[in-house]
Ligand binder design. Sequence first.
Ligand code: EPZ
Length: 434
Amino acid sequence: MDKLVVRGGNPLVGTVRVSGAKNAALPAMAAALLSEETVILENIPQVRDIVTERNLLTAMGAEVELGYGRAHHRTTISCRNLVNAEASYDLVKTMRASTLVLGPLVARMGHARVSLPGGCAIGARPIDLHLKGLEALGARITQEHGYIEARAERLKGAHVVFEKITVTGTEDLLMAATLAEGESVLENCACEPEVVDLAALLTKMGAQIEDAGTRSIRVRGVEKLGGARHRIIPDRIEAGTFIVAAALTGGDLAIANCDPRHVGALLSKLEECGVKVAIGEDSVRIASSGPLKSADIVTEEYPGFPTDMQAQYMALATQAEGMSAITENIFENRFMHALELVRMGANIKIDGHRAVVRGKTPLSGAAVLASDLRASASLVVAALVAEGETIIDRVYHIDRGYERIEEKLRSVGAQIRRIGRLIPERAPAAVAAE
Ligand code: EPZ
């Protein structure tokens, strides 16, 4: 198992470039299932979940070429000759977002067989709202042997109101509605930038969508969708992780190739903590600005404070003067990282979905365990300010959603290395293309 070894103490100085967004790339790749024509996606991040998505699509008969090392990480997907419409348990259990193929498959093929994802480290995460939405569009849904079977000659437009705001639920129904007969109105939708980016791709493929990015989206179904070329948005959570790392370590870091609008809630919170933030067109600069002040956060749907930044923010709060209350409203079990931070010397008390962090407490290097993707990111940023060496185990979690994080951090002064080797060496062409 790979581990990351981090020696804390170095301020981050220089420029780090953000990769494409994992959570925009996954639905975009699933959207290719809606068409017989080729979809070309650029800025696809080189992370493990993309490889899983590739395997998911090729298992159905799609031709997928991950263009790592090519300019813009260009990826081409052709779903002209799909041979089956199944997402197997072996793949879904490694990546819940695999369920995003459900809507596109039943819309295009008239049926889909998708494994139920099962439990997750951060919460139960059911997909009942996806299923209720597809049933409203006329799909017949059955469940057996751990699989969902969805069938429909042709989906029919309908009025769908999500009981709860769900990002992939919105994306799944948005994709399904593009090929439904008639008009659909989706209410109480997620407004995340990844939803807007998916709607932009679908529109390029010929879909008729209005008001993506608002709580109410209107979709007029079409007979067929075509191919398209689309550049995936930058990863706002990767950008946010580097922004927090810079604020924690001091130094002077520019986070380039990101969209500052997408990290608005985080930036205004960091300004409240006393962090100096300079915003450029596609970059954010974080310069050292003395002691951090404590500030409370409550995680919310976009544009509120993102739950995917809660763990990294908790690491920062351990170094802020005073008490920070952190309320996690999206997932019921997303404090696994807190006990690992306590092992490093943090003072954190958990009471249900609220954690109270008292700072500033010096952190010392320790052996810690990553439990999920963002928890592992929080341990990395904490280790950057810990005295001595921290060894982070199970970093396969971080490889799911961060492209070459240790190389990027090392390039701006961090002392971080990987021991053990899970990810194959990058093709010389990839290095040359940079
Ligand atoms: C997306 O997950 C992201 N994943 C998550 O990022 C992110 O944490 C989450 O949105 C919230 O922002 C991808 O985009 C691939 P939800 P998703 O459906 O869509 C409940 C990361 O670190 N719910 O918006 O699965 C659910 O249990 C990952 O990159 C139902 O009850 O999240 C949760 O409490 C982690 N029934 C809430 O809604 C449903 O059918 C929001 O979940 C669907 C969701």
